[in-house]
Design a protein. Structure first.
Length: 127
């Protein structure tokens, strides 16, 4: 699955929970900003970076240094962000906290939580 398809499936799933979701095009905005900005009636505001992995062994997140820096700075100021990784090897979605993005890029942190479907992830993000 390409990231664009993952994005196209994730946005409507989160919207169905009652949240407002904006897709952010980083070519026009600041560097490192995640793909989705979410305003939730239950969980407030948060950001989600979407990634696709094809690994069958140690799960690592292919995230750029500027994205890691964005997540770290945002967390330092009290913001919440996540990195959602669809792993093609097992068809699961792994959610990492943005504050853990540096360790997630090297596989040195376990995912915060894992899901078997996009709908399950969207439900968890909103409840």
């Amino acid at each position: 699955m390409l990231e664009t398809k993952f994005n196209g499936l994730t946005r409507p799933a989160i919207r169905r929970t009652g949240a407002h979701v904006d897709q952010i095009e980083t070519g026009e905005t600041g560097r490192g900003i995640p793909d989705l900005h979410v305003l939730s009636p239950n969980k407030g505001t948060y950001w989600v970076e979407l990634k696709v992995s094809r690994t069958k062994t140690k799960l690592t997140v292919d995230i750029k240094p500027v994205q890691i820096l964005w997540h770290e700075q945002y967390a330092k100021l009290g913001g919440r962000s996540f990195i959602a990784v669809y792993n093609e090897a097992d068809s699961h979605i792994y959610l990492f906290r943005g504050v853990d993005s540096r360790d997630a890029s090297t596989g040195d942190v376990r995912p915060y939580i894992q899901f078997t479907s996009i709908a399950a992830m969207a439900s968890w993000l909103e409840n």
